[in-house]
Ligand binder design. Structure first.
Ligand code: APR
Length: 258
């Protein structure tokens, strides 16, 4: 996508008039920070695994050290990454609209590190491990885990309270989304004027249904993705391009004099 192509006038006018703006982000927003998406081919120890197969309660029960090691490797990648221009543009937009809701499927903290507040994490957070039995929450030790190149199996730590395994603080396939975050996300999607779905393949439910809610509510819906998705034909505008280029341009063009 060329930097010189003008932003669709419908986006600019909808954003200027909007009271409530919602952005749903997915792994594509962190891709430009070097965090692989779920559909990217994996590398190292994980090469022969599909990410979706590692992200299940069953996988953790069957092979805890493989799954814990994979999440430690992802956590190390995230800790070594920096927010990109898409994260920063979203944090800027939050300050420019009356009511702004950021909903993310990402388990990293790159939105927060870019300055976003009140982020609704639908799929949990890498930084919040907890006991799989008594649900006591834990902090990871400070710093980036020192892992062999390509990653390694790592035995999960044990809960100090009940001795069960500590599990990653993420929502796995087949698990319920955190109730408060999900309800708040639905409320926001059903009552917004402008809704972005950005950097998501929109194949994982129920997160993808938020876009349907916004469409049904009559919001201006904008998809940003370099690749096609099933929503290309149903959103108001589908912009084919990387979030790190498209979002800053939308912010710049909408609030030129802000
Ligand atoms: N800018 C915008 N979008 C991008 C970029 C980019 N620079 N690079 C890649 N993408 C798009 C891809 O085209 C793809 O459609 O990001 C999307 C990433 O899709 P997924 O990997 O499926 O990520 P996501 O939609 O967040 O997945 C949802 O599935 O695996 C589970 O729980 C996991 O939260 C995750 C959920």
């Amino acid at each position: 996508m060329s930097d010189r192509v003008a932003v669709d006038a419908r986006i600019v006018s909808a954003l200027r008039a909007a009271r409530r703006v919602v952005i749903l982000t997915g792994a594509g927003v962190s891709a430009e920070s070097g965090v692989p998406t779920f559909r990217d081919k994996q590398t190292g120890l994980w090469e022969t695994f599909d990410a979706a197969e590692l992200a299940t309660p069953h996988a953790f029960q069957r092979d805890p050290s493989l799954v814990w090691g994979w999440y430690e490797w992802r956590r190390a990648t995230v800790l070594g990454a920096k927010p990109n221009s898409a994260h920063r543009a979203i944090a800027t937009m939050e300050k420019l609209v009356p009511h702004f809701t950021l909903i993310t499927q990402n388990v990293d903290d790159l939105h927060e590190r870019a300055g976003s507040t009140g982020v609704l994490h639908l799929h949990g957070q890498l930084s919040r491990p907890y006991c799989e039995v008594c649900h006591h929450s834990y902090d990871h030790p400070e710093g980036i885990p020192d892992l062999p190149q390509g990653g390694a199996r790592i035995e999960p730590p044990r809960c100090g309270a009940c001795g069960a395994m500590i599990r990653p603080g993420v929502v796995w396939f087949g698990e319920h989304l955190p109730d408060v975050a999900w309800r708040s996300a639905c409320e926001a999607a059903k009552h917004c004027d402008v809704f972005f779905c950005c950097g998501t393949s929109s194949v994982v439910q129920p997160a993808a249904s938020l876009t349907d809610m916004a469409i049904r509510a009559g919001a201006t819906t904008i998809q940003i993705n370099p690749n096609a998705t099933d929503y290309d034909g149903s959103v108001t505008v589908a912009i084919q391009g990387p979030a790190g280029i498209v979002l800053p341009r939308i912010v710049a063009e909408t609030w030129r004099s802000a």
